[in-house]
Every structure is written in C-alpha cells, then in structure tokens.
Design a binder for this molecule. Structure first.
Ligand code: PLP
Length: 389
C-alpha cells in the first residue's frame, strides 16, 4: 500500500474529469450529446499561428533546451501586446514570466507565497484550480462570496479585518469564470486599495481578457494605478487565440512575484518547447482580426442561446464577458440534480454550479462552445422536459 504525502490528501479530484466521464458514458450509449459543460474552445487555432509552428519546427535552435525563463522575443511580444491593448508598460525581462499554460502559474503562486496555515482569499464561486494551489501549499482558504446582487464582485467591506490582515494572497478573475461577469476600473482601484492596506498580493486571472460583449472591451487589472506594486496578472493564449492545447500563459506585473514564479518554473519546466514559443510570439505580434472575430462569434452565440431560452421561458441575465452563461436552475432542483436530469433526458452537458463553490448552488454553467444551431437545439431539448415557464 502506497502512503501519499499529506499535501495530496487535501487535493480534490479534478472536477472536470468527473464531468467528462459522465458525458462520455452518455455518448457511449449512442446518444447525440451536446457538451457545453467544459471550457474547451471548439474553434481551431488561426492558420497563421499553426504555420508559424510549422516553420519553427525544423529550426535546430528550438531542439536544444530553451533559455530557462523562455526566449526574450516572446517576453517582448507579450509586453508589446499589453502596451498596444491596454497601454500598460511591462519590462520584458523583469515583469514577464512565461508559463506552461496560465493554470501552472495560478497553482505555483500559492507555493511561492504561502506558508502552511497562511490565508488566501478565493472567490466563491470560482475556478477550482485556485483551491488546488492553496491546498498544495498547505494554505487556508477564506471564501469571498460573489453574489448576483453585487454584480458577482467580492464585497471587500464584508471581509472581517481579522481575516484580511491574515491574508497573504487573493485571487480575482474578470471576465469571470463561471458567472460571465466583468469588472470595471472602480473595482480594480478598490482592489489595489484593499490589497495595499492589508499587505495582500493580488493574483488577477485575466484568462478571458479578450472576450467582452456589448462593445465593451474588458479592463486589465494592470491598468490600475499602483497595481504592479501589489500584484500580477495571469494572461493566456488559450482562449484569446483558441490555443488551449498549446499551453502558453504568462504572469505579468510585480517583479518580485514574477521572479519567484520564474524560479519555480526553472525547476519544474525549463520553459516551453521553443517552436511553441515562436508560434506564441506570432499570435501576439501577428494580425489581431482573429480576436475580434472570435469575440463577435461568441456574442452571436450568446444572442442565439438567449433567444431560445426566451422561447422556453428560462430567464437569466446575459454574461457581459467570458464565454460562460451562469443560469439559474428551476425550482425543486439542486445544481447537480438539474445537470444530471438534463444529461440523462436531453443529452446536454452542463456544469453544476456547486462544483465552483457553495455559492454556486442554484446555478448551472453553460459554455458558448457550439454553433448557434446546436446551442438552440440544446435549449429546445431542455425545454421539452417541461421544467420552465
Ligand atoms: N483561469 C480560468 C478562469 C480558466 O477558466 C482557465 C481555463 O479554463 C484558466 C485560467 C487556465 O487556462 P490555461 O491553463 O489554458 O492557460
């Protein structure tokens, strides 16, 4: 019998692994399953980025170990993109860390900053990987409820001073997974003030930074005066350029935190395959029309989905960013019992809200990750169950 280390016993099973298992079991029965449960972009990576990898692959430069913290050209490329898109200045060598997907940095930052017993503030509902990092570091989580009445923003005034003073790290995430909410510059200004007052490092997860609807581009935390003094932003190519399988992300901002993350990355990964770094730079420096097209496609899908929801009498607020819709479950159901019913009887996969935290109860998360027709079909199938209206 193998005895795992205690740090492993606090680690929950990967939430989406269970969801994928259920969806596959349903499909194995020969059913036409519409999977809107996972956050995996369904569209391909733009061809000019794939071509950049094809060109880079034979280059012997990329067959050796890359420089430990990654190629300077990629750090320069992301710094230029932030300057162009957000007007933020970043020193490519001191304020940029290249990550094996944003996810690794979100986990490593807890290991960089938390001693066992240290407090970390996490959003509830929130992206489950924040918890895994805190659990691996032996930290203690204090949840910040994200309530619909407060636009799914945390209420810093409601956090007891005793808790805030003990906290060393906090996660925020806008455009938000799972609620689809976005945050404005006022919220970020209050975050910087709160963090500075209590000596907390801010980890702003900007995974959906490219996806804002109704003509409103998402605001970056780093645009806030004083942001770099208190925190870093996690940025990833996964959603912006449909590159989830390529595993490229960044930590940007506070040089001390960036240096800690680089140190831990040097030990774990020795950076990403050089050819991927070349293609990532091509994504960041090449034509950006693909990003505008992607956002427009998600917005059209949102409209198609909500039109179908109207028809069946399923009322909800629309997301203002990300590609997730956070939908209330009908009376008499929990988030899990509703998701199970919909999977079994309508062959549609939705993520139960409780998987994102106790304040996720009462909701399911639906990803805009299928064509407009398939999204409408999913809603019509759910409508036939007769649970709404
Ligand atoms: N943060 C959030 C909120 C996400 O939803 C995801 C992916 O689904 C990530 C971070 C991680 O992205 P990646 O590791 O692909 O860069």
């Amino acid at each position: 019998q193998i005895a795992p280390a205690t740090r492993m016993t606090g680690l929950p099973a990967q939430f989406f692994a269970a969801l994928v298992g259920k969806a596959n079991a349903q499909a194995a029965k020969g059913r036409d399953v519409i999977n809107l449960g996972q956050g995996n972009p369904d569209r391909p990576t733009p061809p000019h980025i794939v071509e950049a990898l094809r060109e880079a692959a034979p280059n012997p430069l990329y067959h050796k170990y890359p420089p430990f913290s990654g190629f300077p050209f990629l750090k320069q490329a992301v710094a230029r993109r932030y300057k162009e898109d957000y007007g933020v200045d970043l020193d490519p060598e001191k304020e940029v860390a290249i990550l094996f997907g944003g996810k690794t940095g979100l986990i490593e930052i807890s290991q960089c900053l938390l001693n066992p017993g240290d407090v970390c503030l996490v959003p509830d509902p929130g992206y489950p990987d924040y918890w895994s990092g805190v659990a691996l570091a032996g930290g203690v989580m204090e949840y910040m409820p994200l309530l619909e009445g407060n636009g799914f923003l945390p209420d810093y005034g409601a956090i007891p001073a005793g808790v805030a003073d003990k906290a060393k790290l906090m996660f925020i995430n806008y455009p938000n997974n799972p609620t689809g909410a976005t945050a404005g510059s006022d919220f970020y200004a209050s975050t910087v003030e709160f963090a500075a007052k209590h000596g907390i490092v801010v980890a702003s997860d900007f995974a959906y930074g490219a996806i804002g609807f109704d003509g409103k581009a998402p605001v970056s935390f780093l645009q806030t005066p004083g942001a770099k003094e208190v925190g870093v932003e996690f940025y990833t190519l996964s959603k912006t350029y449909n590159m989830a399988g390529w595993r490229v992300g960044f930590a940007l901002g506070n040089p001390e935190v960036v240096s800690l993350i680089n140190l831990i990355q040097d030990h774990y990964y020795c950076s990403l395959f050089g050819g991927i770094q070349a293609a990532a730079a091509a994504a960041l420096t090449g034509p950006q029309q693909c990003v505008a097209e992607l956002t427009a496609a998600y917005e059209s899908r949102r409209e198609a989905l909500f039109a179908a929801m109207d028809e069946i009498g399923w009322e909800s607020r629309k997301p203002s960013g990300s590609f997730f819709c956070w939908l209330p479950v009908p009376k008499g159901f929990t988030s899990a019992s509703f998701a199970d019913r919909v999977l079994e009887q309508a062959d549609v996969v939705l993520a139960p809200g409780v998987g994102f935290g106790t304040h996720g109860e009462g909701y399911v998360r639906l990803g805009l990750l299928a064509s407009e027709d398939r999204l409408a079909e999913a809603i019509h199938r759910i409508g036939k169950l007769g649970l709404f209206g």
